[in-house]
Ligand binder design. Structure first.
Ligand SMILES: O=C(O)CCC(=O)C(=O)O
Length: 240
């Protein structure tokens, strides 16, 4: 399913695509769970927001729901999380643990991009910068539905300066498609990126949802440090 060459590619480029991780049965399970979250079958107070920062009282453009495993702890033993932990430890070391998970859905025909950013801009400074995210496609992710784009090797350079133009919205920095690669995915495949890799996605202009299940991993000691400082990824977005 993955090899030493994959690890070298990830280390050099800051991202890695892995195909066909989930079966159709798994996908059926996750689609139902995902829709329950989107349709408010669970209480997500304080965990749900619109990543676009738009608050016009109309429909959400980019739905972000933090910590789905806090609400449904059984998810931790299901394929996304068991595979996630295995590949995260393979790529970064045996001391790697799950820090947080989240759902990001781009609703049909919302056409709102996720701006260029590096995840580490959201986090407190950490002495050990090993960190990665695994982005599982629950739906096929295409250029037009909002697949991920990465600037290869950007994780090897200092963080870019980020701003937050819309209060409560996403952080952003300068980046562009010309220096980057797109990573379309079939449903059930995933793409992994380092915490410092510059990335973005176009808006969803299709008639389908673009559901992603995302897990973030880092060293156990760093997760403990975050928690000691009161940081559990449910709070407000800050810029660096
Ligand atoms: O799903 C998206 O459009 C953005 C996801 C993202 O920025 C991330 O997983 O770090």
């Amino acid at each position: 399913m993955y090899s030493l060459e994959d690890k070298v590619f990830f280390e050099e480029n800051g991202y890695l695509k892995l195909d066909n991780i989930l079966t159709n049965n798994h996908l059926g399970y996750y689609k139902k769970i995902y829709n329950d979250f989107i349709n408010n079958k669970h209480n997500t107070t304080g965990l749900r927001s619109d990543l676009s920062g738009e608050k016009d009282g109309k429909k959400e453009l980019i739905t972000q729901i933090m910590l789905p495993t806090k609400i449904l702890p059984q998810l931790i033993n299901k394929p996304i999380h068991t595979f996630g932990l295995k590949i995260a430890q393979f790529l970064l070391g045996d001391d790697i643990v799950l820090d947080f998970d989240m759902l990001i859905n781009k609703a049909p025909k919302t056409n709102k991009e996720t701006p260029w950013h590096q995840d580490a801009a959201y986090w407190i400074d950490m002495p050990d910068e090993r960190a990665l995210s695994i982005w599982f496609a629950i739906d096929k992710a295409t250029l037009n539905s909002g697949c991920m784009w990465y600037k290869p090797r950007s994780h090897l350079f200092p963080l870019r300066k980020h701003s937050q133009p819309v209060k409560g919205g996403a952080l952003q920095c300068i980046g562009n498609e010309n220096e980057s690669v797109s990573v379309p995915l079939e449903a059930g495949s995933c793409v992994i990126h380092h915490g410092k890799t510059l990335h973005y996605s176009r808006g969803n202009s299709t008639k389908n949802n673009r559901r992603a299940f995302i897990l973030n991993y880092r060293p156990k000691e760093m997760v403990e440090l975050e928690r000691k400082k009161g940081y559990d990824h449910t709070g407000k977005r800050k810029k660096k």
